[in-house]
Design a protein around this ligand. Structure first.
Ligand code: DX5
Ligand code: ZN
Length: 215
């Protein structure tokens, strides 16, 4: 079984030194930097936008795993691509033109994903199955790091796995990942775990990444 990838979320980072935090995420052996872009409308928080992605691009040695929790992402998708995103997932129900957004991401040669909230059926991915590189399953409702994993989302990993079949689409889970639930997630087919709190709020983030990968 290939090693699971870890994508720490900046939501749990020290924003006073975000550049150093990006270096730290590289140094602790993580695989990507999960950039939670939230507009205060799609989810009840406001984080950052394209300027932060461009700044991170200048310093990060890891791919930028961008998660758009914004309404009508089609308005900004070209700017997030130009800013240097390496993968972009968005919530299709927030878009008036989800297929167009996926086409823009793919045309730029970067990885396209759709994000599925806990209360949204995995089945919605069927419509996009030939246009995506990954499915981002939300383990919590969007907005904040440090929330508890919603147990019924575990079954959605198997459903996503079934839907994907032998297509080269990976499954990423975002929210509430800990050393206690990641083993089961891996058994069910998870490929990438977003881990904010479990890594960046840990006493020893490097150890935390090692533990998450080893489970
Ligand atoms: C919610 C965010 C969180 C975060 C992960 O909008 O997307 O899911 O990145 O945070 P933890 O790992 O702390 O639950
Ligand atoms: Zn996220």
């Amino acid at each position: 079984m290939t090693e699971i990838k870890i994508s720490p979320s900046l939501l749990s980072a020290d924003w006073l030194k975000i550049g150093l935090e990006a270096d730290k995420i590289y140094d602790i052996g993580a695989d990507m930097i999960h950039c939670d872009v939230i507009d205060g409308i799609f989810a009840p928080n406001i984080t950052f936008g394209m300027p932060m992605i461009s700044a991170l691009k200048r310093c990060s040695k890891l791919p930028l795993d961008v998660h758009l929790m914004i309404v009508e992402p089609e308005r900004y998708i070209d700017k997030f691509i130009a800013a240097g995103s390496d993968t972009i997932a968005f919530h299709p129900e927030a878009s008036k033109d989800p297929h167009g957004v996926l086409a823009s991401i793919r045309a730029a040669g970067i990885k396209a994903g759709i994000a599925i909230n806990p209360n949204v059926a995995v089945e919605i991915a069927r419509e996009f199955i030939d246009e995506i590189d990954y499915i981002l399953l939300m383990g919590v409702f969007p907005g904040f790091g440090g929330q508890k994993f919603i147990p019924y989302v575990m079954d959605k990993i198997s459903l996503a796995k079934e839907l994907i079949g032998d297509k080269s689409i990976y499954i990423e889970l975002d929210g509430g990942v800990t050393v206690d639930n990641i083993t089961r997630m891996k058994e069910l087919g998870l490929d990438v775990a977003v881990a904010g709190n479990a890594v960046l709020a840990a006493d020893n983030p490097k150890e935390a990444v090692k533990l998450l990968k080893k489970q």
